[in-house]
Design a protein. Sequence first.
Length: 369
Amino acid sequence: MNTRNLVVGGTLAVLVAAAGGYALVKNGTAPAPQAEQASAPVAPMELTDAQFARLGIKTAAARLSGEVPLGAVPGVITLPPGSRVAVTAALPGAIRQVFVIEGQEVRRGQPLATMVSRDAMELGGSRSRASSRVSLARANLARTEALFKEGVIAGARVQEARAELAQAQSEAGEASRILAASGASGSGMVTLRAPISGRVSKVGVQTGGPVDGMTAPFVIDAANAYRLDLQLPERLAANVRPGMTVALPGIATGRILSVGSSIDPATRSVVAKATIGGAQGLIAGKSVMVTIGAGSSGEVVSVPSAALTRIAEKDVVFVRSGNRFALREVRLGGSGNGETAILAGLKPGEVVATSAIPELKMLLGGGGE
């Protein structure tokens, strides 16, 4: 017999003597074997003040706490819809120089590559010719208006000159817009730029390679825009709701967006989606452990972790009512700051034992393990 068993046995002997031969089982029947006690319901046990003092039982009330996490679950970092943008070339051509590599962080408007395009040169020529026609049409309109004022020509000639100028300006403007939208200059050089800030997730070209309008030379994943695919175990699924906080401890925080309505028969888990801010080291596809905080109210029921024990493979606490203690099965959440979240089985304000747990287990038939 080890020292602990001696202590427990001595304590029990004192309790029996102080209670005047208090019987643990009604009608004076002998205690049932331990295996039967673990499976049968255990009646509450009443203790005297003297017994409390000898055992040194301390208690604490279950409380609502915003500091204890609901639990920790596995998750995978993903990208939300619309956060991945393809960089395309409006004009075909050949890559002249590449400035970035896969995985590199870029800012919006940063050059990714330059390319040479024959179509860009042709557009540049069209813009130059259109600009020349604008100059000629403007000069022609000025002469026509002067002649009209002198009464040499009819007013219809002025209207024709104005229409010619408007058409020339439209053609020149269209050529300029196409060149600007494609990042091209009139000399045929095209600059491909990052449309958003983020990380280069794909580089699909190399120096000297061809580019056409049907492929994307680069793909950019938006910065500060990630989501989490979470696997909620059955014990947590019913307690998780949209709006609850999530965290990658020490990295980033976010909130639950949605919770699935069915359990995956293979994993026995429910899928939940969460949004999370960007941070250094976050990569789409990475597996992480995610802490789920309290709900939108910011609080969950919690008790000191010292109050918890296991009997017959179940998590239990000893609930006090007056001088009586009753065994109560509970469903646990996460732990932190010396406390554990209680998902089910306990209400705020109920008092539980936080010390002398092995002795209470012996008294209530739970065994000493």
